[in-house]
Design a protein around this ligand. Structure first.
Ligand code: ATP
Length: 443
């Protein structure tokens, strides 16, 4: 049933123009996905909500947009070149490859293959390390290569700019630096749609604090980020939970970490990680670069290396959670109805306008006039390319909260039918009151 839901979601995303396979006309590219017009619209809304809540509305956080390709020194210092790898095992029965940390442990050295149920004995068949970094040749001369690395997290761009931002913004601790951008990981175990991609987008804040304040701010950010998903994005509470990392699970740089998990169609998985990275990154970069990355506290007259709390969110996983949370199939008069019950502030369009009969020029003209009036005020779409039943179904599937239909009576009574996506209730409303009616319902 759960995987049925995943299949249905992928099919809807492709069919309606949310997401396409990357390089599709050339046969596709593993774990690279392109966002179509509707997907790009939702993705942008998610990023705008995050940026507004953290950069625009707060005085303690500033924005950054750093380079995607970074030098080798950055990742020698961060530990990614040496330690950023997955331990993978192959199942001898079905031949599939898995991350050891993601499959069920039966007893010491014995794991269960999630695909075929076979027992995998890592004593006999030890896991292999796969480094996740992607590197690129930046030299024009092929015989004299020099390499840059595609960042595996936006965070490193923040750490290497810490002094630049501190000196130019003249801010004091606590200070957050926020960044939205692409990150790249040569993931070997892929699949699960956009959950695990080789190219993806992150929304990260590195929040620099005095070391003795780190625990307090860590607790604050776990709550704050949970609240973001609940109240700014509008995910359902029963699909969200927090999970603390055990000591063995912690990344090489982290002191503590809590995952915010979402109940995806394949089960509970990480949506975001909130970590206390201590002074690991600034210390390592200061050592490797030879630059002073300390902070001078004017009050106490001491130089310190701040600790950093990192709420690290995935844009694509948030998008996936939004679609998954909203996806709904119900039976209406013996027929299956698929509807995306998106929160209106995330819907690509808030209203769709159709003429009941596309062959009637008067209806088409009136519908287009209404569309032109509305589209500057709320995101709207005009459509007359199918029968009314199909038009409703299309808008249900892309999550448009309201449809406005212009019929023959509209020419006389100057009223239209406004249909509500979720209740399917239809109201007859004066044309000049349509926007007010919709705005009221959208709240
Ligand atoms: P996982 O354990 O699922 O591989 P992670 O712990 O390696 O994730 P982080 O390094 O904490 O992930 O990255 C922060 C966030 O970036 C994740 O919570 C997720 O939302 C997003 N992210 C990480 N890797 C990917 C990926 N391959 N595809 C899509 N999003 C990703």
């Amino acid at each position: 049933m759960a995987n049925d839901k995943l299949t249905q979601i992928i099919s809807l995303c492709k069919r309606r123009g949310f997401i396409f396979g990357g390089s599709q006309i050339y046969g596709g590219l593993s774990s690279i996905w392109d966002y179509g017009p509707l997907g790009a619209s939702i993705k942008k809304k998610i990023k705008d909500i995050w940026w507004k809540r953290y950069v625009d509305e707060r005085e303690d956080i500033v924005g950054l947009d750093s380079g995607i390709i970074m030098s080798e020194g950055v990742f020698l210092a961060s530990g990614h070149l040496k330690g950023f790898s997955d331990q993978l095992v192959d199942c001898s029965s079905c031949g599939k490859r898995f991350r050891v940390d993601k499959i069920e442990k039966v007893e010491k050295n014995i794991y269960k293959c999630p695909e075929c149920g076979n027992q995998i004995d890592i004593g006999k068949n030890p896991p292999r390390q796969f480094n996740l970094m992607l590197k690129t040749n930046m030299s024009a001369a092929e015989d004299q290569p020099y390499y840059g690395y595609l960042r595996p997290e936006t965070a490193q761009g923040i750490f290497v700019n810490f002094s630049n931002v501190l000196n130019t913004s003249r801010k004091k601790l606590p200070l957050g630096i926020a960044q939205i951008g692409k990150a790249f990981r040569n993931e070997v175990t892929t699949g699960s749609f956009i959950f695990r991609m080789k190219e993806f987008e992150q929304m990260e804040i590195e929040y620099f604090v005095r070391p003795e304040k780190a625990n307090e701010f860590y607790d604050y950010w776990v709550k704050e980020r949970y609240d973001f998903y609940l109240n700014s994005i509008g995910l359902n509470k029963e699909n969200l939970r927090l999970r603390n990392h055990s000591k063995e699970e912690l990344a090489h740089y982290a002191k503590t970490c809590t995952d915010i998990e979402f109940n995806f169609p394949f089960g509970w998985s990480e949506l975001e990680g909130v970590a206390n990275r201590g002074d690991y990154d600034l210390t390592k970069h200061a050592q490797e670069s030879g630059k002073d990355l300390s902070y001078f506290d004017a009050k106490t007259k001491e130089k310190i290396i701040p600790y950093v709390i990192e709420p690290s969110a995935g844009v694509d996983r948030t998008f996936f959670a939004v679609i998954s949370d909203a996806f709904c199939q119900e039976e209406v008069k013996g027929r299956k109805r698929t509807v995306l019950k998106l929160k209106p502030h995330l819907a690509p369009y808030q209203v769709a306008i159709f003429p009941l009969l596309k062959k009637n020029p008067e209806l088409v003209k009136l519908a287009k006039n209404i569309f032109c009036d509305i589209k500057n005020k709320v995101p709207a779409v005009y459509d007359d390319t199918a029968s009314i039943g199909k038009l409703y179904r299309r808008q249900d599937e892309i999550g448009t909260p309201f449809c406005v239909t212009v019929d023959v009576d509209s020419l006389d009574d100057k009223k239209v039918t406004v249909r509500n996506r979720d209740s399917m209730a239809q109201d007859r409303i004066s044309i000049d009151k349509v926007l007010e009616f919709i705005s009221d319902k959208l709240g």
